[in-house]
Design a protein around this ligand. Structure first.
Ligand code: LRH
Ligand code: MN
Length: 397
């Protein structure tokens, strides 16, 4: 049973914690081996807002939905009025704006780093259009991920491509409004399998810093080699004041995009701990965008999102139970066992009853998953969307 102080710490943590959902997490996505069509899956931008709105209604902590320009803004900047209507109708605001610089045929040999200057120009223009969409939707963050890279040794001038990225990101930064940020996401491989131009945190940090003061680094938890210490990367980015946000998901092998905390919840706890320990030490709230980036091929997409949000709350609340003073003292005295057990005790604490109390105090359902299953929402949208989803192709080739 948690004592009153601990319950207060959980309540205070939940008051501040917000996490952004990805529109594409509600759509029929798959792997290169095909996709299993779900009749209830969202296809239109409106349906993605409706589903995200449902998760926010049930949890109260995901007020924004990330948009992917090519998938959610079919008319580009002319889609913004319609999107504003969806936002007010379904009670979730547009969040980070993701340009798509990997899908079009022109990007076969890259986007910002394509040897063909007209393709680089095209990629920059799409990024500027995405920044304008963000401005019109009052979205603060432009979230940039690049598939750019190569598949075979000797086929790319890596230094030259780095220069092209510096140019492209600098010109993108110039197009930002003073209140906007651009987040540079790194990824070690896939779809490129020899080199990826922005492959790790160091490359993303150097490019973001060179671009300008409103550029930060985005950490997608799935974009690391298995043995990498992600919370150390997070600590360095915090120390450099270059941590802009996260794409949370989980994985056993590579960029598996599985449900957050489903494989290694202690990993996420260690990340949240480093952030809160830094906030305690600096008595300054870190300006971080917590976001989800997952694709659910087998689980029900809305249920997987509710699982994600509730596990995120649990792990964030557990990290809030770490007594930073005692930990700092144990670290200084090199009392290894004491220091480690302070984290393990917090992680082992069952915070679910306190979280249910907090939800109750907010007029939110104590158990969002049960509330969702009793809501009839899934049955309703399955009927409405089944016909259209039945035409959805499932094969890769
Ligand atoms: C790339 C990535 C990126 C998104 C995409 C959907 O792997 O993590 O953040 O644009 O997934
Ligand atoms: Mn991502």
């Amino acid at each position: 049973m948690m004592d009153a102080t601990a319950v207060e710490k959980v309540f205070a943590a939940l008051e501040t914690f917000r996490i952004e959902l990805p529109s594409w997490g509600f759509a029929n996505t798959g792997t290169r081996f095909g996709k299993f069509i779900q009749p209830a899956a969202a296809t239109t931008t409106e349906e993605k807002f409706s589903d995200a709105g449902q998760v926010h209604l049930l949890t109260g902590v995901c007020p924004t939905v990330a948009l992917h320009v090519l998938w959610d803004c079919p008319q580009g900047i002319h889609s913004t009025d319609e999107i504003k209507n969806f936002a007010s109708r379904y009670g979730v605001a547009p969040g980070s704006i993701n340009p798509n610089l990997f899908q079009d045929q022109e990007y076969k040999y890259g986007s910002f780093a394509n040897p063909d200057s007209s393709v680089r120009q095209r990629a920059l223009q799409h990024t500027k259009d995405s920044i304008e969409i963000a401005r019109r939707l009052k979205s603060r963050d432009i979230s940039l991920w690049f598939a750019d890279g190569s598949n075979y040794p000797g086929t790319a001038n890596i230094r030259q491509r780095k220069k092209w990225f510096e140019d492209g990101l600098k010109h993108s930064h110039e197009a930002l409004s003073p209140d906007q940020r651009m987040l540079v996401e790194y990824k070690p491989f896939e779809p490129a399998f020899y080199h990826t131009d922005i492959a790790d945190w160091g490359m993303a940090l150097l490019l973001a810093r060179a671009a300008g003061p409103q550029a930060k680094v985005l950490v997608d938890t799935g974009h690391h080699y298995a043995a990498q210490n992600i919370e150390q990367i997070v600590s360095w980015l915090l120390s450099e004041n270059m941590l802009g946000g996260f794409h949370f998901n989980d994985r056993r092998y590579a960029d598996d995009d599985l449900t957050m905390g489903s494989i290694d919840p202690y990993q996420v706890f260690r990340i949240f701990h480093e952030i809160r320990f830094c906030e305690w030490e600096t008595s300054k709230r870190a300006d971080i965008a917590y976001m989800v980036d997952q694709s659910h091929n087998l689980k029900g997409k809305i249920e997987a999102m509710i699982q994600t949000v509730t596990i995120a709350q649990q792990l964030f609340a557990k990290a809030a139970l770490v007594n930073a003073e005692n930990l700092a003292a144990a670290q200084t005295k090199c009392d290894l066992v004491k220091a480690e057990s302070i984290l393990q005790d917090a992680f082992a604490t069952d915070v679910r009853p306190a979280i249910q109390e907090w939800r109750d105090s907010k007029g939110l359902p104590k158990d969002p998953m049960a509330a969702f299953r009793q809501s009839g929402y899934l049955e309703r949208i399955s009927k409405e969307r089944a016909a259209r989803n039945s035409h959805n192709v499932s094969s890769y080739a």
